[in-house]
Design a protein around this ligand. Structure first.
Ligand code: CP
Length: 317
């Protein structure tokens, strides 16, 4: 594996899940792969889970791991080509990336959508520059359009907890005070469209995601109807994708907050969220603290999804 951005990069899901469960049982069993190898994880944005789980996965594999916070201690980077660099940006990303590549064997990148230019975001401009100029395998740790390590961890979690072969999985938009990227819902849709599940997306009108991620998923604008019979509920906020509202909040309706009212019409569904979550905006205390809440095991599986991806990249060196 040379890049990890989309579900298709994982190949056959059953093989990937089997590998994930083997890694979970024997997470220190592949240390020979990472001996004398260096993992560089680069953060343009904040993180708790991705930072810790990816670093832990690298250590499980016997790697040395370097964490670089671009905004804390590194030179401020210019990312646009052709700019006269007479402002506050000291270094161009086109020099910085190959330099970083010299010091490592694999690179993970966190670089969120900036919501200034939809084409710039949806071309994954920063991540693609790492792929093009680092000379190393590169994986997304949540880039402008995708969070595949999260979606793979979600897939593992659903496989662990499902009680029937073809569960109903509902991804629901929920309110949030800030405009959030579409990366998590995009990747969840990307993965669920390939998984053996009945996949439904529910959101207020105007929150339609990019067609390349939604594909043939069923869209149901009535949240209560969408939740009927659900086995898994995946809550997430995202800002509008469609023009002219790209990157904007267009609905603040708190009736979309996931509460026991909606959960009551499900098939005793498990509740999922990638975290961090704003309680009583996205989900009520009652639901997130209920026995059906999977948010902690879901976060724990981030270590496993990262370890499988890094292991596969090490095997491809
Ligand atoms: N779910 C997730 O990616 O968490 P962090 O933003 O804390 O890394």
């Amino acid at each position: 594996m040379k890049t990890f951005i989309r579900a298709k990069d994982l190949g056959n899901f059953q093989e990937a899940l089997q590998e994930a469960f083997e890694v979970k049982k024997n997470r220190f069993g592949y240390q020979h792969l990472g001996k004398n190898k260096t993992l560089l994880i680069v953060f343009f944005n904040s993180s708790l889970r991705t930072r810790l789980s990816t670093q832990k996965a690298g250590m499980n594999l016997g790697m040395n791991t370097i964490v670089l916070d671009i905004n804390q201690g590194a030179w401020k980077l210019e990312t646009e080509r052709g700019v006269v660099m007479d402002g506050d940006k000291t270094e161009h990303i086109l020099e910085a990336i190959p330099v970083m590549g010299n010091y490592c064997d694999l690179i993970g990148v966190r670089s969120f959508a900036q919501f200034e230019n939809k084409a710039y975001d949806y071309q994954e401009t920063i991540l693609q520059q790492f792929i093009q100029y680092s000379g190393r395998p590169v994986f997304s740790m949540e880039s402008a359009t995708a969070h595949p390590l999260q979606a793979f961890a979600d897939l593992i979690t659903i496989e662990e907890y499902r009680k029937k072969p073809h569960p109903k999985v509902v991804m629901s938009w929920a309110p949030h005070p800030k405009a959030l990227p579409q990366a998590v819902p995009n990747s969840f849709a990307d993965f669920m469209n390939e998984a053996d599940v009945e996949f439904v997306i529910t959101h207020p009108k105007g929150y339609e995601l990019a067609p390349e991620f939604v594909r043939n998923a069923h869209i149901e604008y009535d949240q209560m109807k969408a939740f009927e019979g659900a086995d898994f509920v995946y809550a997430k906020n995202w800002a509008a994708y469609q023009d002219p509202n790209y990157g904007k909040i267009i609905c603040t309706d708190r009736s979309w907050t996931v509460s026991s009212r909606q959960m009551a019409v499900t098939n005793n569904a498990y509740f999922m969220h990638c975290l961090p979550v704003r309680r009583n905006m996205i989900v009520t205390d009652e639901v997130i603290e209920s026995p059906q809440s999977l948010v902690i095991p879901e976060a724990a599986n981030r270590e496993i999804s990262a370890e499988v991806v890094i292991k596969r990249m090490l095997e491809s060196l």
